[in-house]
Structure formats: structure tokens, C-alpha cells
Design a protein around this ligand. Structure first.
Ligand SMILES: Cc1ncc(COP(=O)(O)O)c(C=O)c1O
Length: 370
């Protein structure tokens, strides 16, 4: 039985990649703001329709650096329903995470819950556009203005997504992307910070290069988070195929949705109002009327050779390293608790064909027959 994994990376054609590798070898320049690095930043800023982008070796270092760039201290309000890197980046900056509950439908941090969590120590908000669905950005921004807070959006899942006719990345003070192999667009490992002024981009570019500005000058206690030339060349090539990859993902997504939309007890994410959705994930939410519970479905799929993932379970706030924070108490996070117990992400990637989806759908529609 052929195993079906939850995702497969979108790989560019190998022969074309080898040509770029030849160029890198000829140049003998393999990292430190090389030609491919420059070309990738330019190509990404055009594709994403953003003014300033700084590429990184991964998304986690982009998050850590974004907080550094804005000199965030004290408490930051964030969501427990995300990948653990979101909260870990706060700890790496000596910041106290404060967890706020999420909206039951969008899975994103709720503005009401954020408002209740604000204290005199709050300095910033770190919402996540989970599964690429936009946060209530107007609501977040109104709160931030009222309480003089910064906003750093973790947009790791939101490559290419738009809101009100423009890039989702143009909102907030800074946004970060992840270009990890599992993401819609990948540079093997990689990430980026999107900023809104040339000064801020320069500060971020310094921070990702140890804080060095020239041979004799260090202006910040920066880190090494640079993207190398091999990653950048691969990323430049992969960008040529992004539209086709998203189109294929959409096809797979829509076929799944047509097959699963009427399954009793199973709820799907409502993406109908999202502009330029990227079809990064296919989460289903297992309700009480479904014949088995979420973990049973996970096991049944696994026995059928289908590797689904419980994104995002456990909640970040349930990990022992965070569970003792007062806001991590489950009674503070009822919607997040409900969703983390019911969510299952089914396999979704550009090359997922209909017959493979049929195999998955057959199990999901008939879990008790297994
Ligand atoms: C929401 C979120 N934030 C941050 C990250 C970290 O990105 P990276 O893996 O590129 O370090 C990821 C995923 O990998 C993620 O899903």
C-alpha cells in the first residue's frame, strides 16, 4: 500500500536548478548578500506586491529578528493555536507570552479576547493568519492604535494572500513569512520579514548579519540569519512555478471540498471570502455527529497508509514549557481547546491527484468500515 503523506514539497525542475548551481560555482560566491539573494528579494517584492522584503534562512529567525527590530519587551499577546515557533520567538527575546483565545470559525486570535488580555505591560500583538486565513486586521489595528501597541503578523501560512485588494503583508508593523519545505512556496528552508520603510529594511538587514554595516562597524547585537545563494537560486526558480502550484492545489482543494462538504459531523474551513487564497492546508473539524472522534479518525487513516496531521494540537499553551503561564489555563481558551481537539489536516500538495484524494475521501466517508 502506497503511503500518502500530509504534504510533499513543490520542487523546481532539477535540470534548471543545476544550471543555476553552475552559475554559483562559476561565481565562487555562495553567501552574504550575493546576486541570487538580491534577485530573489526583488522578485518576491514584485510578486507579493510589497515595498520592502528581507529574506532569511528560516521563518523562526525572521520572527525573532522582527521582535528585535521593533525592540519589543514586556508582554506580547499571541495565539495558542499555531506552530510552536510563534511563541518560542517571544521567549528568545525575553518577552512574556500572553495567550488569547481564538475565533471559532476563522481559527484566528479574537479581538475581544485580545482586548481583555491587555495590561500595562503589553507592548505588542503577535497574531497568526492560520492556514492563510486573514486575521481581523481592522480590529487588531484599532486596538493597537488605542493602546499604543505594535503588531507583528506571523504570516507563515499566508504567502500571496490578499485583503481588501492588497497584500495581507502590507498590514501591521511587520509581517513574517516561512519558506519551509512544507509551505506553499519553499526555498527548502527560508523565510522573510516584510517591512514598510527603507530605514526599517536596513535595520532588519543589519540584524540578520550580526549587526555589521561595514568592515569596521557593528551597530546592533544581530544574529546570523542570512539566506545563502543556493537557497536563493532555488527560491528564484521555484517562484516561476508558484502560480501553477497554487492552481493545482486549488483543484485538489476544491475536489476534496466537493466530496466532503455534506459528510455529517464534519466541518470544513470557510475560505469563500478570502482573496487570492493559497490553498496551503485542508483542515477538517470532526464534530460530535461524526461516527468516530478525531484521534480515532487519525488512527484509521494511518492504518490505511494515509498520514494526516493534527495541526494545531497540542495547543502551544498546553506544552509543559508554557502551561504554567496564567493565560495558558484551558478555561481562558475555550474555542482554541475545542478546535485543537477536533482538527485534522488531510494531505494537500500540488501533485495530489484525484485518485489519491478518492482513496482518502473513501476512508473519511466510511471510517467505521475499516
Ligand atoms: C505559523 C508558523 N510560524 C512560524 C513557523 C516557522 O517557520 P520556519 O519553519 O521557516 O522556521 C512556522 C512553520 O514552520 C509556522 O507554521
Amino acid at each position: 500500500m502506497k503511503k500518502i503523506f500530509v504534504t510533499k514539497p513543490s520542487l523546481p525542475p532539477k535540470d534548471q536548478f543545476y544550471q543555476l548551481i553552475d552559475e554559483i560555482w562559476e561565481s565562487e560566491y555562495i553567501t552574504n548578500d550575493g546576486d541570487f539573494h538580491k534577485k530573489l528579494e526583488k522578485a518576491l517584492s514584485e510578486y507579493l506586491e510589497v515595498d520592502h522584503i528581507s529574506v532569511f534562512s528560516n521563518g523562526t529567525l525572521a520572527l525573532i529578528t522582527a521582535l528585535q527590530a521593533l525592540n519589543i519587551k514586556g508582554e506580547v499577546i499571541t495565539t495558542p493555536y499555531s506552530f510552536v515557533a510563534t511563541t518560542n520567538s517571544l521567549i528568545w527575546n525575553g518577552i512574556t507570552p500572553v495567550f488569547a483565545d481564538i475565533d471559532e470559525h476563522s481559527c484566528n486570535m479574537s479581538v475581544d479576547a485580545v482586548e481583555k488580555a491587555i495590561t500595562p505591560q503589553t507592548t505588542a500583538l503577535m497574531p497568526v493568519h492560520v492556514y492563510g486565513t486573514p486575521c481581523d486586521m481592522e480590529g487588531m489595528e484599532a486596538l493597537a492604535k488605542k493602546h499604543n501597541l505594535k503588531i507583528i503578523y506571523d504570516a507563515a501560512h499566508a504567502f500571496g494572500v490578499k485583503y481588501n485588494g492588497q497584500s495581507i503583508l502590507n498590514y501591521g508593523d511587520l509581517s513574517i513569512l516561512s519558506f519551509h519545505a512544507t509551505k506553499v512556496y519553499n526555498t527548502i528552508e527560508g523565510g522573510a520579514i516584510i517591512s514598510h520603510s527603507a530605514e526599517m529594511k536596513t535595520k532588519i538587514d543589519n540584524l540578520k548579519n550580526f549587526g555589521i554595516t561595514d568592515e569596521l562597524t557593528v551597530v546592533d547585537s544581530g544574529i546570523n540569519a542570512k539566506m545563502n545563494e543556493v537557497q536563493a537560486a532555488y527560491g528564484l526558480l521555484n517562484l516561476k512555478y508558484i502560480d501553477e502550484n497554487i492552481r493545482l492545489r486549488k483543484e485538489a482543494h476544491d475536489y476534496y471540498a466537493s466530496q466532503l462538504k455534506d459528510v455529517p459531523g464534519l466541518n470544513l474551513l470557510d475560505i469563500s471570502s478570502i482573496e487570492n487564497y493559497n490553498y496551503g492546508y485542508f483542515p477538517v473539524f470532526v464534530g460530535e455527529n461524526y461516527p468516530v472522534n478525531r484521534d480515532q479518525l487519525y488512527d484509521i487513516l494511518m492504518k490505511a497508509g494515509i498520514y494526516s496531521r493534527r495541526y494545531f494540537y497540542p495547543l502551544i499553551s498546553d506544552f509543559p514549557i508554557y502551561a504554567s503561564i496564567p493565560s495558558a489555563n484551558r478555561s481562558n481558551l475555550p474555542h482554541a481547546v475545542k478546535l485543537t481537539e477536533s482538527v485534522l489536516c488531510l494531505p494537500l500538495y500540488a501533485k495530489l491527484d484525484r485518485s489519491t484524494i478518492d482513496r482518502i475521501v473513501d476512508v473519511v466517508k466510511n471510517p467505521e468500515k475499516r
